[in-house]
Design a protein around this ligand. Structure first.
Ligand code: 13P
Length: 340
């Protein structure tokens, strides 16, 4: 329990103060390494999705990472959403939760998230802007500053090396993949002190990944083992880990969607990655596909349904189911006792 960040918080809807037990990313991933499992980091873009992730964790007795990207939610203001997230988590005192900023685009974004109560931030210094990769030195500089600020406040930091393809928030923009270099990974960690490192091993974000089932030439699982052996005290993160289930794509397309055929990271490879050294597995698109498929199915069946409370509910429930399934695959199910 040494790295638990205990904060007093007001339970949502209640009057009494409760003890909010958020844990740091470092604590979650150290425990995962001891138990040789991975922890899913599930992207949420509204409060109901966060509830789905937390309910999935509660029902499977899992530690969990709830993550969100600045500016990428249905809410009008980050601070409003983030404050609500902290309040929501206060209702799950038995679930070890890391609240993580995904793809912090700047030092200031990380400072804002830490101020809001996040226990972990990612500073993505890999790109200078949306098209130009940053130099190694530029990446080190901004990451080092964030580590200094975050560690002084008991917050963990994830950095990124190489460039993961696609678009982080599932949007249409896309960037090329530059694989992580093991020598650079070693130097990057020595110069920044990050707790976790996102390594580009051929995956990409979003709903368009591989044009055929990925083999070892496109999905470089061998890089994981090599990098893990060079930086044994730093936890490796796999981004772009969604599997893009064909049945969900078919359901979405049967109800008005137009998703092209695409393959993601097979579940067997994600499970295998946790034995090679991956500790944090980022998943956004699978949850979003499950959510959208359920919402589209509901709306198609009920031609006069317009109430978000009615169509949002099956979306939340579908997301909870797929997240709970993934928790079994990643091995985090049944592991929350490690944080008590
Ligand atoms: P997917 O787009 O494959 O779900 O990955 C999400 C992610 O890596 C967020 O950082």
């Amino acid at each position: 329990m040494s790295e638990i960040v205990a904060r007093r918080c007001r339970r949502a809807g209640g009057t009494e103060d409760g003890l909010l037990a958020l844990i740091t990313l470092r604590a979650a991933l150290d425990a995962a390494r001891a138990g040789s499992y991975g922890v899913g980091a599930f992207n949420v873009t509204d409060l109901a999705q966060a509830e789905a992730v937390l309910d999935a964790a509660a029902s499977t007795d899992s530690p969990v990472i709830v993550q969100t990207i600045a500016g990428a939610s249905v809410h009008g203001r980050d601070e409003l959403f983030w404050q609500a997230l902290v309040g929501l988590i206060g209702n799950y005192p038995d679930v070890p939760v890391v609240l993580h900023l995904d793809h912090g685009a700047s030092y200031d974004d990380c400072v804002r998230a830490i101020g809001a109560g996040f226990t972990s931030v990612m500073i993505d210094g890999s790109m200078r802007d949306h098209v130009t990769p940053a130099t190694f030195e530029e990446n080190v500089e901004v990451t080092r500053r964030v580590v200094e600020y975050a560690h002084a406040r008991g917050v963990s930091v994830e950095g990124e090396l190489g460039t993961i393809g696609g678009s982080e928030d599932g949007g249409a923009s896309s960037k090329a993949i530059i694989l992580a270099d093991p020598d650079e990974a070693e130097r990057f960690v020595a110069q920044t002190g990050v707790d976790a490192l996102a390594v580009a091993i051929g995956t990409s974000h979003g709903a368009y990944k591989f044009t055929s089932p990925p083999d070892g030439t496109v999905l470089r699982m061998d890089l994981i083992e090599e990098i893990a052996s060079r930086i044994p005290d730093t936890h490796l993160v796999m981004h772009g880990s969604s599997s893009l289930p064909a049945d969900l794509r078919e359901t979405i397309n049967a109800h008005g969607g137009r998703l092209p055929e695409s393959w993601g990271v097979p579940e067997t490879e994600k499970a295998r990655s946790t034995k090679l050294g991956i500790r944090k597995i980022n998943q956004g698109m699978d949850s979003h596909m499950a959510h959208s498929a359920a919402v589209r199915t509901y709306l198609d069946a009920d031609g006069i349904g317009v109430d978000p409370a009615l169509y949002g509910k099956p979306g939340r429930e579908a997301m909870q189911r797929i997240v709970a399934d993934r928790m079994q695959v990643f091995g985090q199910a049944g592991q929350s006792y490690r944080h008590r």
